[in-house]
Design a protein around this ligand. Structure first.
Ligand code: PEP
Ligand code: MG
Length: 590
C-alpha cells in the first residue's frame, strides 16, 4: 500500500528504485525462546542468510571499478573471510542449538561478544576493527529479513537501488555511488553533515531524518524519493510515477536553460561583479566547475583522500591528485584546504586517532595537523609541488588563534625551502588563508588578520559552534539556524574586517550555494562565494536579478532585528526592494 514518509531533503533530485536496507542497527530482534522442534529450521534460515550475505558481497565485488576499487575490495574480502570463519559462525549455531536463541538474537549476542573482545584490545587500530564485525553481522541480519528468491535478488541488484539506512559514513558514499546506487534515505542525519555535502557532490539524491524509514520500508520495496521536498513514497502510485516523469522532463529543461549562463560573467542587476568559486572534492566536481564557468576552486576538501583506507596517502600520491586539480582548472586559482580530519570525518582513515568524548571540540583540523607535523609536511610539500602548475592557495581549517597560523606559515616556508633545495621550482608567494568557522576566530579577526593572506568563512561549522548546536544532530535541526542574529553579526563583522584590511574574503559553507540566502549575503557585503558547482548557475541567475545597492540599504535593519520573525520580515522587505525574483525563506533549495 502507498505510504508517504517525510524527512528532510539533503541532496536534491528524484530517484525511483528498490529499497536496499543496509547496516541497519535497529533491526527487530526476536527474543522469544526457540521451541525445540524449530531448531533445525532456524539453523537452515541462518545458513541461507549467510549464503545471501556471501552472494551479495561477491556481486558487490564484481561491480567494483574506478579509483577506490582496490581499497573497497580489501574490505569486501575481509568481510567474506569473516563469513567463512567457523569460529564466528559455529558460535552462532551453538547459541541456536543449545541456548535456544532465534537466529537474529543469536547474531546480536555473538556481535556483542565479539565487539566486547575488540573493545578490550590495546591496539587502537585493532579496536576500530570491531566495525567490520558489526557490518558483517548486520549483513547477515539483513539476509534473515529477506524472503525473496535468489533470482529476484539478482534482478533487484541489476535495477537501481536506493540505500535505506540509519547513518552512512562519508567514506561509504563514494563506493556506493560507484556501484550505481541511485539515492539514499537515512533515518537520522542532517543536511549540513559531511555525508550530505558529499552526496550533493556525487549527485546522489538524499533524504535525511526520515525517522520511520527503517520501520516502514522493507528490502526490495519500490520507493520514490524526492530530495527537494524530503519525501519518500513507498509503493508509489501511478500519479507519483507521472510526477517523477514530469520532474525528469522539467529538470532536463531547467539544466538546458541554466547552461546558457555557463559562459556569462556573474554580475548583479546594478552591475557589481561577483566571484563564484566552486567547492570540490572529486574530479567530477572539477569538470562541473569548469563547465559552469566557476572563477576557480574556493575550497578543495582533501579529507576524501584519507578516508576508507588503511595507509596514509604519501607525498607522491597527494601531489598527483592536487596537480590534476590544478591542471584541470586551466590556470584559474585553486584553494586547497589542509586536512580537516577529526569529528565525524575520522572513520578508518589510516590515522590512528584517540577516541574522544566530544570530537567536534577535540583534535580536529589544524589542531590535528600541528600535532602531526610530519603528516602536514607531507601534505604541504605535495600542495607546493602542485603549485608549480597553476595558482594555488593553501587554506587552514578550524583556526582559533594567530599562533596556529604562525605555526602553519612556518611549516609552509620550511617545506618550500626544502623543496627548492631539492631542486623543485616552487612559486615565491603561495598564499596562506584561514577558515573562519570558530566564533573565536571571527571575534578576534581584527587581531590576527595581518597573519592571513585571505579568508574563507565556513558557515557549516560557524553556525554549529556559535549556537552550540551539533550540525549532525537531526533532533536539533530547528535550532541550527544560519539566520540567527549572532551568526549574521559574525558574518557582517568578518566580511567588513577583511574588506577594511584589503583581504579577500569568500564564504564556502553550504549557505553560499543556497539561493534563499544569496540576497542576504550580498546585503552583508559579500562579493565572493564558493559553492558546490551543481548550484553555481542558479546562484548566478539569482544574482543577476538582484539590485545590490537597494539590498545594502536594508543591511542595518537586518542586523538590528531581535527575533527570527523580525529577521524574516526584514528579509521579505529587502527582497521586495532589491530582488526581481521572489525568493521566500521557506522555499526549499537543498
Ligand atoms: C564549513 O564548515 O562551512 C566548511 C566549508 O567546512 P566543512 O563543511 O568541510 O566542515
Ligand atoms: Mg568546516
Amino acid at each position: 500500500m502507498r505510504l508517504v514518509l517525510t524527512g528532510s531533503g539533503a541532496s536534491r533530485g528524484m530517484a525511483l528504485g528498490r529499497a536496499r536496507l543496509e547496516h541497519p542497527s535497529r533491526y527487530l530482534v526476536d527474543e522469544r525462546p526457540l521451541p525445540e522442534d524449530e531448531i533445525d529450521a532456524e539453523i537452515e534460515r541462518l545458513k541461507r542468510a549467510i549464503e545471501i550475505a556471501r552472494e551479495e558481497l561477491s556481486l558487490l565485488r564484481e561491480k567494483l571499478h574506478g579509483t577506490m576499487a582496490r581499497e573497497v575490495a580489501e574490505f569486501i574480502d575481509a568481510h567474506s573471510l569473516m563469513l567463512a570463519d567457523r569460529e564466528l559462525t559455529s558460535g552462532i549455531f551453538d547459541l541456536i542449538r543449545r541456548g535456544r536463541y532465534r537466529a537474529s538474537a543469536a547474531l546480536k549476542m555473538q556481535r556483542d561478544r565479539l565487539v566486547a573482545v575488540f573493545e578490550a584490545m590495546d591496539d587502537p587500530y585493532l579496536r576500530s576493527r570491531k566495525e567490520d564485525v558489526e557490518h558483517v553481522i548486520a549483513r547477515v541480519q539483513a539476509g534473515l529479513q529477506r524472503e525473496s528468491s535468489t533470482e529476484e535478488r539478482k534482478l533487484a541488484s541489476r535495477v537501481g537501488e536506493i540505500l535505506v539506512s540509519d547513518t552512512v559514513a562519508p567514506s561509504e558514499l563514494v563506493p556506493l555511488a560507484e556501484l550505481g546506487v541511485l539515492g539514499v534515505v537515512l533515518s537520522s542525519g542532517s543536511r549540513v553533515s559531511h555525508g550530505a555535502i558529499l552526496a550533493r557532490s556525487l549527485h546522489l539524491p538524499m533524504i535525511v531524518a526520515a525517522h520511520d524509514a527503517l520501520g516502514a520500508i522493507r528490502d526490495d520495496d519500490l520507493i520514490l524519493i524526492d530530495g527537494e521536498s524530503g519525501v519518500v513514497i513507498v509503493h508509489p502510485a501511478s500519479t507519483d510515477l507521472a510526477r517523477y516523469r514530469n520532474w525528469q522532463r522539467e529538470s532536463l529543461q531547467r539544466s538546458k536553460q541554466l547552461a546558457l549562463l555557463a559562459d556569462r560573467d556573474t554580475r548583479t542587476r546594478d552591475g557589481v561583479a561577483i566571484a563564484l568559486h566552486a567547492n570540490a572534492e572529486s574530479t567530477a566536481d572539477i569538470a562541473q566547475a569548469r563547465a559552469s564557468g566557476a572563477a576557480g576552486i574556493g575550497l578543495y576538501r582533501t579529507e576524501f583522500l584519507f578516508l576508507q583506507r588503511r595507509e596514509l596517502p604519501d607525498e607522491e600520491e597527494q601531489y598527483q591528485v592536487y596537480r590534476e586539480v590544478v591542471l584541470g582548472m586551466g590556470g584559474l586559482p585553486v584553494t586547497i584546504r589542509t586536512l580537516d580530519l577529526g569529528a565525524d570525518k575520522a572513520d578508518s582513515s589510516g590515522l590512528v586517532l584517540d577516541d574522544e568524548e566530544n570530537p567536534a571540540l577535540g583534535v580536529r583540523g589544524v589542531r590535528l595537523s600541528l600535532r602531526h607535523p610530519q603528516l602536514m609536511r607531507t601534505q604541504l610539500r605535495a600542495i607546493l609541488r602542485a603549485s608549480a602548475y597553476g595558482p594555488v592557495r593553501v587554506l587552514v581549517p578550524m583556526i582559533c588563534a594567530a599562533e596556529e597560523m604562525l605555526e602553519m606559515r612556518r611549516l609552509l616556508r620550511e617545506c618550500a625551502r626544502d623543496l627548492r633545495t631539492e631542486g623543485y621550482e616552487i612559486p615565491d608567494n603561495v598564499e596562506l588563508g584561514a577558515m573562519i568557522e570558530v566564533p573565536a576566530a571571527a571575534i578576534a579577526l581584527p587581531n590576527m588578520i595581518r597573519e592571513l593572506d585571505f579568508i574563507a568563512i565556513g558557515t557549516n561549522d560557524l553556525v554549529q559552534y556559535t549556537l552550540a548546536v551539533d550540525r549532525n544532530n537531526d533532533h536539533l535541526a530547528n535550532l541550527y539556524d544560519p539566520l540567527h542574529p549572532a551568526v549574521l553579526k559574525l558574518l557582517a563583522q568578518t566580511i567588513a574586517t577583511a574588506h577594511r584590511a584589503g583581504k579577500r574574503v569568500s564564504l564556502c559553507g553550504e549557505m553560499a550555494g543556497d539561493r534563499r540566502h544569496t540576497a542576504l549575503l550580498l546585503a552583508l557585503g559579500l562579493t565572493d562565494f564558493s559553492m558546490h558547482p551543481g548550484v553555481l548557475l542558479e546562484v548566478r541567475e539569482t544574482i543577476g536579478a538582484i539590485d545590490r545597492e537597494q539590498l545594502r540599504k536594508h543591511a542595518a535593519a537586518l542586523l538590528r532585528a531581535p527575533t527570527r520573525e523580525r529577521i524574516e520580515r526584514a528579509l521579505t522587505r529587502m527582497h521586495a526592494a532589491g530582488a526581481t525574483v521572489a525568493i521566500t525563506a521557506t522555499e526549499s533549495t537543498s
